[in-house]
Design a protein around this ligand. Sequence first.
Ligand code: HEM
Ligand SMILES: *[C@@H]1O[C@H](CO)[C@@H](O)[C@H](O)[C@H]1NC(C)=O
Ligand SMILES: *[C@@H]1O[C@H](CO)[C@@H](O)[C@H](O)[C@H]1NC(C)=O
Ligand SMILES: *[C@@H]1O[C@H](CO)[C@@H](O)[C@H](O)[C@H]1NC(C)=O
Ligand SMILES: *[C@@H]1O[C@H](CO)[C@@H](O)[C@H](O)[C@H]1NC(C)=O
Length: 564
Amino acid sequence: MDCSGFQLFWWSIKLVGLLVALLVARGVLWLVNLLWVAPRFDPLRNLPGPDASAFHSHFCSVNDPDITPELYHEWTSKLFGKTFRYHGYGRHDYRLMSFDLRVVSHVLTSPVYQKPWQTRAYLGRLLGRGVFNMEGAEHKALRKLIGPAFTAQAVKGMSSIFLQKAEELRDRWDALVSANGSSTATFDVAHWISRTTFDIFGLSGFDYHFNALHDESEEVYSAYRRMFNISDKATHLRVLKQLYLPIVERIWPDRDDKITQQCLKTIRDCGTGLIQAKRETYMNEKSDDKDILSLLIKSNLSTEPSNRLSDTELLDQLSSFLFAGSDTTALAITWCLHILSHHPEIQSRLRAELLSSPTPDTVTSSKRNSICSVSSTSSVMQADTIDALPYLDAVVRETLRVSPPVHGTVRVATVDDLIPVSSPVVLRNGKIIHENEYIRIKKGSFVHIPVEGLNMSEEIWGPDARQFNPDRWTSLPAGATPPSFPGLANLMSFSFGRASCPGYRFALLEAKVVIATLVTQFVFSPVEGIEIGKYNSVVTRPFVRDRLDSEGFQLPLRISKHTD
Ligand code: HEM
Ligand SMILES: *[C@@H]1O[C@H](CO)[C@@H](O)[C@H](O)[C@H]1NC(C)=O
Ligand SMILES: *[C@@H]1O[C@H](CO)[C@@H](O)[C@H](O)[C@H]1NC(C)=O
Ligand SMILES: *[C@@H]1O[C@H](CO)[C@@H](O)[C@H](O)[C@H]1NC(C)=O
Ligand SMILES: *[C@@H]1O[C@H](CO)[C@@H](O)[C@H](O)[C@H]1NC(C)=O
């Protein structure tokens, strides 16, 4: 190496050194700002709330449905009032939580608050460009496009599928119970019901047979299952890696990444074929198929050209619905059976209502296995009758109130904002924010919407708020449903506002039909010697206490045939 070459080499080393030093300095500044400077200027700092040491997080407690009913009660009625903050990833990370309906309503309806990009990016990997990872005008246009698939009319059109699958489940259980010779059997109902709601979505979503109630080997079904399974049990570290270092996954995919990619490919290959076939049928015969896919194809054609969807985008919507609607509805049904098993008198009263209505056992004559040939007029009538039963309606709503499948949700402020409060907040410095005044929140702050907590508020429901009492729905206490409360069907459980659940009518009718079919036929009682716990990942699932690690999620019940 000659002299000038050597100097050049030396200079480059220095330059690289300088760059590294600058980067490190920037990193240190960023960290100092994040941990010490920014929190000092965060207006949420002044709110009341639980304290924590530097690296303590409240995530575990605020997300654990095993303790939240007690915890929320203590925080709101004894310690902090309705609006307070807790600590996210450490002391520096203030998060707003509120039980004040004015605050909740502001956050869920104002365009200032969006789903966090982290959630959107994470779900986007699985679900593509679905409703979950869109925001703003794009989200609004998409909600409009999918609307026609979720009207009361559309859902009614799918009710023959709900009935057909509910009866298939009933027959499977009937066989299990009879096989035991004793007319009683004990098994995990959670997984069976999940198979049922997948099957229902396969047919009502894509007009496709997963046949999961029969066996669980169907290719597309397994692909969805495996994929959701992986995302469900993802560890914190894994999620962080995927969000902040997506390149790692591209260069060194691990086993789970590879499986996810394979599953996505299976789904795309089959899904695009289905869409093309459906579109052709629709174009040629103007068929009036009532599945969600057909309705979306129709809606796409009548939408403003700039908002139309490609085949892949349309498939992404269906995957999103399956993700959002299948396990949630299954859990609503599962928790309902669990609660009924512990309230035999409510279960009997419900059964009496079902048996005295003209519905049960009249459709068994209709043909199975082909949705097109199920005599849909009779089952629409049946679903109508089931839908109108007042006690069943009350039991389902009460289940969703005390055991919401979605425990809570999160939004992020995209600009500095002022949030109106309807009940006073006493700040740490003694200052009081009165009714109709505002609390300040800065851009980037997270807001936690405690769905479950809101639904068990004693202030709204009275002193028995935490008890399961379907009768409250037939004589709601004065003020239980404030006229200004914009919840869906009086259920906070489906959230409300811009990104509320579009599938709530679908879920309610599906749950009612399945529960009606099962409770008519079987008696449910708890299994002695075990206790059921609640575990919250994205949705709240049941497990047997002390057996979560070894046996996973489950809800074993004792099931016997009803004889009168
Ligand atoms: C009992 C069953 C169900 C419950 C408890 C439930 C609950 C919810 C909740 C709380 C949200 C709002 C999430 C948030 O604000 O972050 C939501 C959103 C959503 N739900 Fe449901 N859901 C259920 C069933 C369904 C069904 C059956 C479908 C579709 C067939 C569905 C489709 C969706 C979709 C697409 C969204 C996203 C909406 C958006 O981001 O604009 N859900 N659901
Ligand atoms: C069958 O019945 C017996 C006696 O009632 C019971 O001990 C056993 O657990 C039952 N088996 C199943 C699969 O439920
Ligand atoms: C999902 O995960 C559970 C436990 O982690 C496992 O037992 C089950 O077989 C998995 N299902 C699929 C379809 O991968
Ligand atoms: C939606 O409509 C556009 C324009 O007519 C069409 O090109 C596109 O294929 C349609 N998408 C689906 C999924 O049918
Ligand atoms: C949920 O809570 C909201 C407000 O707290 C209330 O208006 C609504 O009726 C509740 N719904 C259920 C099912 O508890």
